[in-house]
Design a protein around this ligand. Sequence first.
Ligand SMILES: Nc1ncnc2c1ncn2[C@@H]1O[C@H](COP(=O)(O)OP(=O)(O)OP(=O)(O)O)[C@@H](O)[C@H]1O
Length: 225
Amino acid sequence: MIELEQVGYDYGGGALFGDVSLSLPAGSFHFLTGPSGSGKTTLLKLCYGALRPTSGRVSAFDDDIAAANRDDMAKLRRRIGVVHQDCRFLDHIPVADNVALPLTVAGRDLVKEQDNLGDLLDWVGLTERADALPTELSGGERQRAALARAVILSPDVILADEPTGNIDWEMSQRLLRLLIDLNGMGKTVLIASHDLSLIRAAKSEVQARVLRISDNQVQLAGADL
Ligand SMILES: Nc1ncnc2c1ncn2[C@@H]1O[C@H](COP(=O)(O)OP(=O)(O)OP(=O)(O)O)[C@@H](O)[C@H]1O
């Protein structure tokens, strides 16, 4: 589904990644871990084309992202749902409208999508909060709204950047459950997280591979995690 071949990346201050190769097959579940500043967000951005590699190749759904034009990128963004670390809501519009934003951008008929939106809000447990403003939500509610927005176009791949940062254990578990359920529906899931206890807890529930960034490389973590 998504493949990185000998990818290097440099923001300009020296190579953050030198030669990273990894593959996210269809239906797989991965964690990406590593210390703060090691490059988890950068790697996610490379996976969904927000950053182009300095060297090497990134392909998504068998197409080289470097060759993608504007239309191709728009299609790609519909197939890859991203849960951003900072959620990125429009604070002046209600939660339901924020969740529905990708539909608007994709030119979908919002009237026809009302059931879809309602089901999704229900699935993340935010039906009662649909009319609230994002600033009125708790941390866990924000993350669940961000997840709902990421999956409203029914993407094949979900990339979640620290989705359980700043939320308590119980809420982290609830969010993780939603991501595991999505994987159970056949979606490819990658979660960037520095929270090893969350990763350990998940491993008993889902067959997940853990990728670890260290020394500018991405390696498969062993069972010692
Ligand atoms: N736009 C940018 N310009 C220059 N350097 C950047 C930029 N974005 C990130 N960096 C640097 O690249 C490195 C990796 O950042 P990144 O955000 O990918 O790490 P991370 O592992 O996701 O960190 P965290 O866990 O704290 O979110 C850091 O040293 C960061 O300062």
